[in-house]
Design a protein around this ligand. Structure first.
Ligand code: GLP
Length: 242
């Protein structure tokens, strides 16, 4: 695992966007796994500015969602489908057809999970998976004690994650769904390159446990230690407990 310490979120975003641009030059139809949350926004902003500057061609790029809430009404602005369309697909000028994600509104959620794993495999697998990290060490929505071999499946959010994510729901935890679909840790580990971005001292404990602690289901992000090509990009605050 490579750990890169950057000055701030903007520098982290630019570094990762340059890596994505290089990947797209080598493989124009690369499948990019994208994460939600606040942390990856500087990556998407930096990539969009590379596209506007003509430094990278994303016309054949494809995008895959990492996770999704279950049961939000179709088109809800905080469904991760809406978020990825708004923060990634539209600013990059991608076709909505280039975008895939799990169906959080499916009647049969288990079948939707299996279908998404199959769709990712049929698409040739994820080339680069961008990840954030929860304060409890979760990746995607794989909460502590998720199996390190897990596949895309339905999960129940911890109280802590619902509290953390309430800011996207007018600060009202009651509006945060209890259930989600997430790529499993085993699914995530199949991506060819994992890039985790963590910013701020709120992530320092989770980063230290993930990078220097034992590989253990209690800290899902520690699974990155098992991956042959994992990059962790942190600012000094997030790196402060390393
Ligand atoms: C959510 C998402 C994760 C994300 C995490 C951290 O739980 N499912 O993919 O990494 O939030 O979000 P933030 O970057 O806003 O701290």
């Amino acid at each position: 695992m490579e750990v890169v310490i950057v000055q701030d979120a903007k520098a982290g975003g630019e570094l990762i966007a340059r890596g994505i641009a290089e990947l797209l030059r080598r493989k124009p139809d690369a499948l990019l796994g994208v994460a939600t949350g606040s942390t990856p926004l500087p990556v998407y902003e930096a990539l969009a500015s590379e596209v506007r500057a003509g430094a990278v061609d994303v016309s054949r790029a494809r995008v895959a969602q990492l996770d999704e809430y279950v049961g939000l009404p179709a088109g809800h602005p905080e469904s991760y489908r809406s978020v990825v369309l708004r923060e990634v697909v539209e600013p990059l000028g991608l076709s909505p057809d280039a975008f895939m994600g799990p169906d959080g509104g499916a009647d049969d959620v288990r079948a939707a999970c299996a279908a998404y794993d199959a769709a990712l495999a049929a698409a040739g697998g994820v080339d680069l998976q961008l990840l954030g990290i929860g304060t409890d060490g979760h990746i995607g929505f794989n909460e502590p004690c998720s199996s390190l071999a897990s596949r895309t499946r339905i999960k129940t959010l911890t109280e802590q994650t619902r509290v953390d994510n309430a800011r996207f729901f007018e600060g009202d935890i009651e509006q945060v769904p209890h259930h989600v679909i997430t790529q499993g840790i085993g699914t995530i580990l199949e991506a060819r390159h994992l890039v985790l971005l963590a910013i701020g001292d709120g992530k320092a404990d989770a980063v230290a446990t993930s990078v220097e602690g034992p590989v253990a289901a209690v800290c899902p992000a520690s699974a990155l230690q098992l991956h042959p090509h994992a990059t962790v990009v942190v600012d000094e605050a997030a790196a402060s407990k390393l």
